[in-house]
Design a protein around this ligand. Structure first.
Ligand code: FE2
Length: 382
């Protein structure tokens, strides 16, 4: 057994902890750039509270609220230009994955010249400007790792960029900010967190810390996602989902995702799918396809999903996949690729994209999947 564990991020978890953000931000300077999207940080009241806390501690806030879903290199470069103009000492990302990953990208770009594409190819990087993250959804877990998912607009390649410089210094996880999350977003971000936990658990790079965090995350999601979806005001349920998302985010930081995420990425970049929604139609065909390679791992989840202990390993694995299929149905999430306007003729392009650009995710997926395998999985998702 061989593994490493490194997480240089202070995690601050709990109700109303957002009010402390100024105390943390002032450790890094006197001017903070708050990076966010158009709506969620305003709807949740996060933005107002952050501005109040920063000003109270003598930190001047500048707002950059131009974040769009699936951030591109160009958008991140524009944000970095703005951050340099206002001489930001610290970058605060508030929102879902797109806002947090844009903040990571901006902080990185401020200290690293040249095209972001070069850094994806392994160009040596300098440090980034200090980053503080505040999730307002419970899905991506970006606050717990050093990954920023970005899209190259020239190639439509959407993938995770990993660099030690973009670990957040502090992440503030305040479940109260999540009570205003609409049902649909609760559903698909919750499933994104679930697949982070599951994919890192079945990954060939899974290690003991991943196992612990992913199992706990899946168990919290199994017990709380439906209730959080049906009763968004329940702060206990929201807290459990926020914790699950954070744990699953740490897991992917340790062990990465798998072919399922790789197969979703072109759905977002070519068809504009919401990431968490895009995962849903592919998940069940994917798991069924690689089941022979992960029977033991799937069967080991039977207690989490309260599956009869007397069944065979194969039957348990089958029931786990059924549970996933059922929760997707109960949360009214898409079950077919048609939902995103994908036609059968598109499948070759999607498959080629995965095999060409996302090999790192395929290499950690059990089953050694090739072009034909990926095509067949997409085909079953139609
Ligand atoms: Fe994800």
């Amino acid at each position: 057994m061989e593994f490493q564990y490194f997480l240089p991020t202070k995690l601050v978890f709990g109700k109303a902890t957002i009010n402390q953000i100024g105390i943390y931000a002032k450790q890094y300077g006197t001017k903070a750039l708050v990076v966010t999207g158009k709506s969620s940080s305003k709807r949740s009241g996060a933005l107002e509270k952050i501005v109040w806390s920063l000003e109270k501690e003598g930190v001047k806030p500048e707002i950059y609220d131009k974040v769009l879903p699936n951030p591109t290199f160009e958008e991140i470069e524009n944000g970095a230009r703005f951050a340099m103009e206002v001489s930001a000492d610290v970058i605060i990302g508030v929102g879902g994955g797109s806002a947090m990953d844009t903040a990571k990208g901006i902080a990185f770009k401020m200290k690293n010249e040249g095209d972001l594409a070069e850094y994806f190819e392994g160009k040596k990087a300098q440090n980034a400007v200090p980053i503080i993250l505040v999730p307002t959804t419970s899905g991506t877990g970006s606050e717990g790792n050093n990954i920023a998912v970005m899209t190259n607009p020239k190639t439509n390649v959407k993938k995770g960029f990993r660099n030690p410089s973009i670990y957040p210094k502090v992440s503030i996880i305040d479940p109260e900010l999540m009570t205003t999350m609409p049902k649909r977003i609760t559903a698909f971000t919750g499933m994104d967190a679930f697949f982070h936990a599951l994919e890192s658990y079945i990954s060939l790079r899974c290690q003991p810390f991943t196992e612990m965090y992913s199992l706990k995350a899946m168990s919290l999601i199994a017990e709380n996602l439906e209730d959080a979806y049906n009763n968004g005001d329940d702060i206990e349920k929201r807290s459990c989902m926020a914790l699950a998302s954070n744990l699953a985010g740490i897991s992917i930081g340790l062990s990465g995702v798998s072919a399922l995420h790789a197969m979703e990425h072109p759905l977002s970049s070519f068809f504009g799918a919401n990431h968490g929604e895009g995962l849903c139609p592919i998940a069940v065909p994917f798991l069924k396809y690689i089941k022979p390679h992960i029977v033991k791992k799937l069967a080991s989840l039977s207690t989490i999903f309260k599956i009869n202990e007397n069944l065979s390993e194969d039957e348990k694995a089958e029931r786990v996949i059924e549970w996933i299929s059922n929760i997707i149905y109960k949360l009214n999430l898409p079950q077919r690729l048609e939902y995103f306007g994908v036609n059968k003729e598109d499948l070759r392009i999607l498959t080629k994209h995965v095999v060409e650009f996302l090999t790192h995710n395929l290499s950690t997926t059990p089953g050694n999947l090739n072009y034909e395998d990926i095509y067949k999985i997409y085909e079953s998702a139609m």
